[in-house]
Design a protein around this ligand. Structure first.
Ligand SMILES: O=c1[nH]c(=O)n([C@H]2C[C@H](O)[C@@H](COP(=O)(O)O)O2)cc1CO
Ligand SMILES: [Zn+2]
Length: 161
């Protein structure tokens, strides 16, 4: 019998894991997920955007507008940073899969931690100055940037069968 041919490619698998991680996010507007792998294609870090330890998802604000201190922005930990902080070993020469192109703050952490490749899915904030700065930071450090085009339109997990 021949092998299955509809199995997940490595890219679909790791980007799928990044998306699944993003599904843990409580952010009502944007759910970001990240998955870091080493050179042997082992997952060594995962994260999603959420408030820091001790900050309650129910008590802290998830809003985007109004007084800065009443929005999520000063408090939320970005998915990429969480994945880096959650990592179980050195990130030297590793690859990060991210559902959204990383911001400049995450780019700094990516570079300093030794990650050498960023594979992203969505670039919805590509015109923001922070995204332009992020690209500069990654390019200056020689980090490879890849926009993953998914051939599959969806990956289904069926708990019924
Ligand atoms: O690099 C990033 N990583 C990351 O996890 N985020 C998170 C922070 C916020 O919870 C959300 C962005 O919110 P919004 O799209 O509503 O402005 O995504 C945002 C960025 C910046 O694009
Ligand atoms: Zn960020």
């Amino acid at each position: 019998m021949p092998k299955r041919d509809d199995y997940l490619s490595w890219d679909e698998y790791f980007m799928g894991v990044a998306f699944l991680s993003g599904m843990r996010s409580k952010d009502p507007s944007t759910q970001v997920g990240a998955c870091i792998i080493d050179k042997e294609k082992k997952i060594i870090g995962m994260g999603y955007n959420g408030f820091p330890l001790g900050s309650s998802d129910d008590e802290m604000p998830w809003g985007k507008t109004g007084d800065f201190l009443d929005t999520k922005y000063p408090y939320v930990v970005h998915a990429e940073l969480n994945a880096i902080l959650n990592s179980i070993k050195s990130l030297k020469e590793s690859t990060i899969y991210v559902t959204h192109f990383p911001c400049n703050e995450c780019a700094k952490a990516i570079v300093q931690s030794g990650i050498k490749k960023v594979i992203y899915f969505s670039d919805k904030h590509k015109n923001l100055e922070s995204t332009v700065a992020s690209r500069t930071i990654l390019k200056n450090a020689g980090v490879e940037i890849v926009n993953l085009k998914m051939e599959k339109k969806k990956i289904v997990i069926n708990f019924k069968d």
